[in-house]
Design a protein around this ligand. Structure first.
Ligand code: SF4
Ligand code: SF4
Length: 336
């Protein structure tokens, strides 16, 4: 169930400034809260749910019990010793989620910053005013706003109005999507965006469903239609240990891409990492890829060869900063 908010607002988990890996130039990423996929390796688990959530940061908690005292729903576990709570073996978690109604009274009671609300309802104007703070950097680097999530197409009405208003303010827009939505929704948003960052999770539908919760036929059909439409597409291919880390897998993807009506504008091959582990623990969830080692981008450099004829540009890591940099010195240096 979605958190009840006003019609002109949606829940945002973060507005991240100075991003250089999600489209060209220096960008501000706007993360919408709510996604219709549940990828096993999701690096932003706080963006999956459409409702506000609570982080409990066990390392900041001194087990004072103030939150326990104010909770009207008996949704907070009583304090135990801090050492016990922080030990490696501990299964203690502060919040009893089934009883919590997200009233957020406990957050104000915690003076240690151990409780944090995840998800803030913002209007389009509030988001764009924040995004526009870096307008000068966008101008000099070819950057702009990247609408991400969560899944923007799962917020299609709000995303449509946000992109429209961004374009009215002359802000460059990248749409980051899984492509899992009706073609009508995707086409509407894609036509207004400058670049589509299209995340390909897995090429085989059965595996795709197993690791994301949905099959991929609709996604591949949408990708094909986007290619035909002429949109600028940067395909993002993740290298996930045990799922998409073999050369055979990437050859299969390249074979599929060769059936599209034209090469893609760009492919970014992204290495799996596990920097998100803390976020899972703050949400009281187990990081499903806890046994997997992060992949060193240098170790997957050879994969660019596989996609040689699939796109006009191929990167490992997806930096967009190097290709449109247009910094000019404020004063010309004297030549004599
Ligand atoms: S958000 Fe409200 S119901 Fe949930 S744990 Fe905090 S005080 Fe209790
Ligand atoms: S109020 Fe904060 S520090 Fe005290 S027990 Fe609750 S979460 Fe921990």
């Amino acid at each position: 169930m979605r958190t009840k908010i006003f019609d002109n607002q949606t829940l945002i988990t973060q507005i991240q400034r100075f991003s250089v890996n999600d489209g060209p130039g220096i960008r501000t990423n706007v993360f919408l809260k709510g996604c219709n996929l549940s990828c096993l390796w999701c690096h932003n688990p706080e963006t999956q749910s459409f409702t506000k959530e609570l982080y409990w940061k066990n390392r900041l908690c001194v087990q004072c019990g103030a939150c326990f005292d104010v909770c009207p729903n008996e949704a907070i576990n009583p304090p135990i010793s801090p050492e016990e709570a922080k030990s490696e073996e501990s299964t203690y978690y502060k919040i009893i989620k089934e009883r919590c109604d997200n009233c957020m009274k406990c957050v104000d009671s915690c003076v240690n910053g151990a409780l944090e609300i995840v998800g803030k309802a913002l209007t389009i104007e509030e988001i764009l005013d924040e995004v526009e703070r870096d307008a000068l950097f966008y101008k000099n680097s070819g950057g702009g706003m990247t609408l991400s999530g969560g899944e923007p197409t799962a917020h299609s009405d709000f995303a449509n109005r946000l992109i429209t208003s961004a374009k009215e303010r002359d802000i460059h827009v990248c749409l980051d999507t899984s492509g899992f939505c009706s073609w009508e929704k995707l086409e509407l948003l894609a036509n207004k965006s400058d670049i589509i960052l299209f995340d390909l999770k897995h090429i085989e539908s059965i595996v795709h469903e197993k690791i994301t919760g949905v099959p991929n036929e609709l996604i591949l059909e949408n990708l094909s239609r986007l290619v035909d439409s002429g949109s600028e597409i940067w395909l993002r291919i993740l290298v996930i240990p045990g799922f998409t880390d073999s050369i055979e897998y990437h050859r299969k993807v390249a074979d599929y891409l060769s059936t599209l009506s034209r090469p893609l504008d760009r492919i970014d091959i992204l290495a799996f990492h596990n920097w998100c582990e803390d976020k899972y623990s703050w949400l009281g969830r187990k990081w499903p890829m806890g046994e997997s080692q992060a992949i060193d981008p240098a170790d997957i450099d050879h994969l660019t060869d596989v996609y040689e004829s699939s796109a006009r540009k191929i990167t490992i890591g997806g930096s967009g900063f190097d290709i449109r940099l247009n910094l000019k010195p404020k004063y010309a240096l004297p030549t004599t």
